[in-house]
Design a binder for this molecule. Structure first.
Ligand code: ATP
Length: 278
């Protein structure tokens, strides 16, 4: 659904993207992760036809981002961080306004309101909505043209945990219904929960790309928590020979009650790759 090869973008002397290559499969949730300034927004801007690359190629749904933008635009939509709603209008009127721009029907508006769980509050003014409700309305707005690919730039930034959970559930539903999702987030747990595959971007380059599980197994810090007979707990590093020797002696002495292993987190992966936490 998306193919990017050797993509580069410079802003004057700043090389924001330094030749990145990846593909995104149909129906996949693909996350681009990286610290501030890594090049995530630049990538999204190129793929959504709002910025021309300096070099390399990018295509969406088989169409070139350089030369076939008119074919791409009807097939995609974007929820970016700087989008606003009309606060004094109802959720329904906000959506109806955008739907009219796309020639979408009133029925489609009602369908979308229900799909994002806002059917019961559609006549309330948007200023009375929670952050999560507003974000779901923005997502509904981006679904007006039934996009094949939905780009979400930090969809849960600034939301409380319950609202973020609502938005993540909606993203999973959309993916389940066949929409390809291209996501950027600073939240590693969110990327882990949602993504089929994750690409780590650092200084304009893809430094790792795989499923969250593979990345965690490859780069994550594998540990175990051991509960001993005297009810004390010890954390051991499964890669450490010293810890292996400690474990062996506890086992020999019959002191081990339980062992819980941990495969590491995407945060560990990022630290291993980039040398600092997000
Ligand atoms: P963030 O997480 O902060 O949104 P990002 O990963 O999205 O960061 P980009 O916004 O793509 O990163 O920026 C990549 C690099 O390009 C940064 O060094 C940034 O300062 C620079 N940059 C982005 N837009 C411009 C611009 N319009 N003019 C000059 N430099 C820019």
């Amino acid at each position: 659904m998306i193919a990017v090869e050797g993509l580069a973008k410079s802003y004057g002397a700043v090389r924001a993207l330094d030749g990145i290559t990846f593909t995104v499969n149909h129906g996949e949730i693909f996350s681009l992760l990286g610290h501030n300034g890594a090049g995530k927004t630049t990538t999204i801007r190129i793929l959504t036809c709002r910025l021309r690359p300096s070099a390399g190629s990018a295509s969406v749904a088989g169409f070139s981002c350089r030369t076939q933008q008119d074919h791409i635009k009807p097939r995609i939509n974007l929820v970016s961080q700087d989008q606003n709603l009309y606060e004094r209008m109802s959720g329904r009127d906000n959506l109806a306004f955008f739907a009219s721009l796309y020639g979408a029907s009133k029925r489609r508006v009602e369908e979308l309101l229900r799909a994002v769980g806002l059917g019961d509050v559609a006549s309330r003014k948007v200023k009375t909505y929670s952050g999560g409700m507003k974000q779901r309305l923005l997502i509904a707005r981006a679904l007006v043209n039934q996009p094949e690919v939905l780009f979400l730039d930090e969809p849960t930034a600034g939301l409380d945990p319950a609202s973020a959970h609502e938005v993540r559930a909606l993203v999973k539903d959309l993916s389940g219904a066949g929409t390809t999702i291209f996501l950027t987030t600073h939240y590693m747990e969110e990327a882990d929960e949602l993504s089929d595959r994750v690409a780590f971007l650092a200084h304009g380059r893809v430094v790792a790309l795989d499923t969250p599980r593979e990345l965690k197994l490859r780069y994550g810090h594998k540990t175990a928590t051991v509960l001993l007979q005297d009810r004390s707990e010890a954390n051991i590093d499964l890669a450490s020979s010293d810890d292996a020797a400690r474990m062996e002696s506890w086992m020999r002495d019959g002191r081990v009650l339980t062992v819980h292993s941990h495969e590491g987190t995407l945060e560990d992966v990022f630290i291993a790759l980039a040398g600092r936490s997000l």
